[in-house]
Design a protein around this ligand. Sequence first.
Ligand code: XMP
Length: 326
Amino acid sequence: MDSNKRPDTMVRITTPELANAFIDEQIAAVKAQVGDKKVLLALSGGVDSSVVAALLIKAIGKQLVCVHVNHGLMRKGESEQVIEVFQNQLDANLIYIDATDRFLDLLAGVDAPEKKRKIIGGEFIKVFDEEASKLEGISFLAQGTIYPDILESDGVKAHHNVGGLPEDMQFELVEPVKLLYKDEVRVVGKALGLPAEMVDRQPFPGPGLGVRCLGAITRDRLNALREADAILREEFDNAGLNKTVWQYFIAVPDMKSVGVKNDKRYEGWPAIIRAVNTTDAMSATIEEIPYALLHKITARITSEVEGINRVLYDLTPKPIGTIEWE
Ligand code: XMP
């Protein structure tokens, strides 16, 4: 039987009971596969790798070694949450690598979008590979492959996800959620006790804020983007829009305009809000954010974020605009 084919008889996991049954089954399977050997996992903090980590911690505890690479392009608080949940709460064997300087130094002055993506993807593999080679006795590599990744075997995820790993790594794979759809991964994650904000996370591109800090990334503009994005997310949480809007974020272009702040000339970048709804990301419509909320977000971003002096709302559906700006 093809182990990469979801059996027709497999029931869709929609309840905690079904999730628990799946978890028990996978714990037994992972134990049988791994024995007393060690397993390595690149833990990005995204839904799939987080659920795999939580499942493997339950199955094999400290035999799992998680590596979290902070490429400096994470959203505000994300790496901190990975450490809090996996190291502090789940007592995982977690190696945290702050590689911010490596990534930002390489990206300095690079403005072509595809070149930026290539640098980020390539450097991620390098950092992870270096870390893996320092570890001894690793026999397996765990991955958060899910069923759509197998179905879309044109390599979309491999290309899209920064977590793509070197081809010459000679490890046997452990892929406990590879036959699950995304909604099932979330149900399993909840049953494993992961926090809702981790399990229900909106999609976030592998190259992270790197594709939203448009043009050549600078630390000050990246920082402004991260702070503005955090305000947008906080206000969407407060308004309950985090539960209904598919994806929302800020992009900051590499241009300045004149403004006035405290009676003085204040040059700054514009923050562009994007909030879209879609089912498959192939096409998308615009969320009708209430004007009062837009005014509030604008007031907060322009007063709280150093370097931003205007806020714009992107009303462009896909097509004609893509969801991201680069
Ligand atoms: P676009 O911009 O193509 O985005 O309309 C469609 C969906 O894909 C995500 N996206 C990416 N995800 N790496 C990723 O992992 C990327 O380089 C990338 N570019 C776009 C985007 O966030 C949206 O959900």
